[in-house]
Design a protein around this ligand. Sequence first.
Ligand code: C2E
Ligand code: MG
Ligand code: MG
Ligand code: MG
Length: 287
Amino acid sequence: NADTAMYKAKDAGKNKYVFFNHEMAAQLKNKIDVENILREALREDGFTLMYQPQVNIKTGYVDGFEALLRLKNYNVSPAVFIPVAEETGLIKEIGKWVIREAVSQMARWKAQGFDFKRIGINVSPKQLKEENFTAILQEILLEENLPPEYLEIEITESVVLDKTNDTIAIIENLKRLGVQIALDDFGTGYSSLSYLTFIPVDKIKLDKSLNDKFLGDGKVKVIDSLIALAHSLNLKVTAEGIEGMEQYKKLQKGGCDFIQGYFFSRPLTVQETENIYNKNFLQDMGL
Ligand code: C2E
Ligand code: MG
Ligand code: MG
Ligand code: MG
């Protein structure tokens, strides 16, 4: 078959063969390409962060930012390269770079008089479970002289659902360190909500897919109930991926705390971030 290439699979054992079609081969090549791009970026200062505003829905001012990783020289989404970084173990070094960059930028802003409240960074499951993750974090905060409460760690629902590796103990250690914890991609998992009562998080981030699905006619009760549940547990709520006026209005009515989405702003460069320091998003948009 011309469409099927046969490779001897390295780990499949002596006499075993695995069949790949062209699509699989292309994916494999792509994965190696991405890995090479990541190694190059680590060597040659090829990463940068963009900062997406999280608007306080009551005041209209920016409350904080989420730091989002970008490759300077390649148009490859983190949704593509983060999984490769995880699989190859490169996430350890990349993740450390992200923490250092975000924390030092926040410290610089504070020193320059930009008193932003919070910066969020994404920490992937593998990174979180590194043995010395909390120690690395603490060291960077001390070295960069940033009080821990300015840093918000975004962990995904999948981390919380995984009861192995003492995930809860890790999160409790982070809380003890004084950083904030946000539960990212909330609503994309399939477990019971009861874990919210024993995981020491400060905030949930309603995922874009959830908002898209339920901020329509007749279904907004689902979002309203999640917000009410979170508030009853003393958690704040950020809605993510908000693009439209109707979505905004429903969240405002439902008592959501923060909104992050193209409706207010795309992720920004450092310069653009400084330009919106005093901006009132609600007033500017006539809301
Ligand atoms: P996430 O943490 O859920 O981040 C939100 C994603 O939604 C970002 O995509 C953001 O640009 C995008 N977004 C925000 N508002 C809107 C909107 O209104 N419409 C649409 N269509 N999209 C919106 P991005 O930057 O491509 O990142 C994708 C994912 O990659 C992130 O999802 C996060 O899981 C991961 N990621 C990004 N940076 C890092 C990092 O430094 N470390 C780790 N471990 N993961 C990261
Ligand atoms: Mg996130
Ligand atoms: Mg998210
Ligand atoms: Mg997401």
